[in-house]
Design a protein around this ligand. Structure first.
Ligand code: SF4
Length: 494
């Protein structure tokens, strides 16, 4: 059966909060999150203003305890007096009481179903406050922090994430409360894309149209972090999924906003329709690669590969149609020319254009044709793109949290130091997390973890097992390297 592929957004109902409208065909909203201690009203107001000035329509602050929850009212007052237009969201983990305090102050409350009690009517009480004040809710599922009973039944799978979200969405629907947004974040782009697609299927079966918030967690920093976010977020936006997004970077939060804006603007120009003979030739929710060829970059192309160049304004669908219409099993390389001279933009555009085909197992290689960039720069971007799509690991993978008001040490400079000493260990995943409350869960499948346990003190992990507790930061990196050496997984840089 013939199908026409084109870019069109999934229909979601409109959710309004703090003057922002998402879903309902409104433009995709860009958001970010502060990393100041929320209880410090001055610092938090100043950073929220900087993020809003950078162009974010929504700004989130963490509220982990009572003093942070109670700081939200004066923060809101100051932002209002100073004319800041961004909608303000409180991020709650663990404590329903803080969610109630936050809902009395902010425009939207994010709760994590993995650690929010539902047994004593807490969600219903929270919904009543939200309804009374016109506050929206986000059901924010995280791959690394599923509830134990969900984990026991499904493991840490996309299916478990969907079950967790659907349980809360049903409760919201039963309470006749619809100002709800959902997210399904993971640091693993493949898990994240499959989870959102499965959620959309599950919601469609139930006649639900909640808008979706997109994000890749712990994406790291620099070009690598931008590519990882571009791959995951871009793959879903190409499907038409997504109403608001956050690009999480281990950098100043103001840096996240222009990257989000580049992604949104790039999708505003998707034009073109492409006919496909057999759309059922791939699965959108499980990884079934089309060939067994080794994923390659352009300098490795041999005669065994077919190169497919996309030239339209909708390269993702153009490639998809060309690959699905092929009658042979020749491995394919995606080629596209980028005239931009800015390396960051080339990397983000290529991640958005090519990521979905790589995540879906439809493509076997990438060829970025960017005359303004050096061969080395192009090769680096191509390798990062294959790694972000989880097809080929050529460097150490860092699962680094973006930091927030809970962060216990200077994560940006620490990540740079850890990268300097370990980036040649290409088979390792290292988690660099700001706090012990959420860090160990959210660094998911990292081989080693460097996690803040008290101010300037670090706990080191091997997988999920604690190896050294609460050592001073000045010694922690040396100790981590010693552990890697003891495990026989270290080699000196070439
Ligand atoms: Fe904040 Fe990082 Fe802890 Fe997540 S892991 S709560 S971003 S400090």
């Amino acid at each position: 059966m013939k199908t026409t592929l084109k870019y069109s957004r999934r229909e979601a109902h409109e959710v309004c909060f703090g003057g922002v409208k998402i879903g309902g065909g409104n433009p995709i909203a860009v958001q970010s999150m502060t990393n100041t201690p929320t209880a410090d009203v001055e610092l938090s107001v100043a950073q929220t203003k900087r993020i809003a000035e950078a162009g974010a329509e929504i700004v989130r602050l963490t509220a982990q305890g009572k003093k942070e929850g109670e700081a939200l009212a004066p923060i809101m007052q100051r932002l209002h007096t100073e004319g800041v237009k961004a909608a303000i969201v409180a991020d709650i983990h663990f404590t329903p009481e803080i969610a109630m305090i936050a809902a009395e102050a902010v425009d939207k409350v994010r709760i994590n179903p993995g650690n929010f009690r539902t047994s004593n009517g807490e969600l219903q009480r929270l919904i009543e406050i939200c309804r009374r004040r016109g506050v929206a809710l986000r059901i924010g599922v995280n791959h690394g922090s599923l509830a134990k009973r969900i984990f026991d039944e499904y493991g840490d799978t996309p299916e478990g994430m969907v079950a967790s979200a659907m349980e809360f969405l049903q409760m919201c629907r039963e309470a006749d409360f619809h100002d709800v947004v959902v997210s399904m974040k993971s640091s693993n782009t493949r898990v994240m894309v499959h989870a959102y697609r499965l959620l959309v299927e599950a919601m469609e079966r139930e006649g639900m149209t909640y808008p979706l918030h997109l994000g890749v967690t712990e994406a790291g920093d620099g070009i690598e972090g931008r590519i990882k976010s571009g791959v995951g977020i871009g793959a879903l936006l190409a499907d038409g999924i997504g109403d608001t997004l956050r690009v999480s970077l281990t950098e100043d939060p103001e840096n996240e906003v222009p990257v989000g804006r580049i992604i949104v603007d790039y999708f505003a120009k998707r034009e073109g329709e492409f006919e496909v003979d057999n759309i059922d030739a791939y699965s959108p929710t499980s990884f079934c690669p089309r060939t067994t060829a080794k994923p390659i970059i352009h300098s490795e192309i041999t005669s065994e590969y077919a190169v497919i160049e996309a030239t339209s304004m909708n390269p993702t669908h153009e490639w998809r149609a060309a690959i699905l219409n092929r009658k042979d099993c020749t491995p394919v390389v995606l080629r596209r020319r980028y005239e931009e001279s800015n390396k960051e933009r080339v990397a983000i555009y290529a991640a958005i254009d090519m990521g979905q085909l790589l995540i879906d197992g439809l493509a076997d290689g990438v060829w970025i044709d960017a005359p303004a960039l050096s061969d080395k720069e192009i090769e680096d971007i191509e390798l990062m793109l294959l790694q972000a799509s989880r097809l080929r690991f050529s460097r150490t993978e860092y699962i680094a949290c973006p930091s927030c008001g809970r962060t216990l040490y200077d994560i940006q400079s620490t990540l740079a130091k850890i990268k300097e000493r370990t980036s040649h260990l290409k088979d390792l995943k290292i988690g660099v997390m700001g706090c012990i409350v959420n860090g160990p869960g959210e660094m998911a499948d990292a081989d080693y973890g460097y996690v803040g346990s008290s101010p300037e003190h670090i706990t080191l992990y091997r997988g999920r097992e604690i190896v050294e507790r609460n050592i001073h930061q000045s010694e922690a990196l040396d100790h981590l390297i010693e552990i890697i050496k003891r495990d026989g997984r270290w080699h000196d840089p070439k």
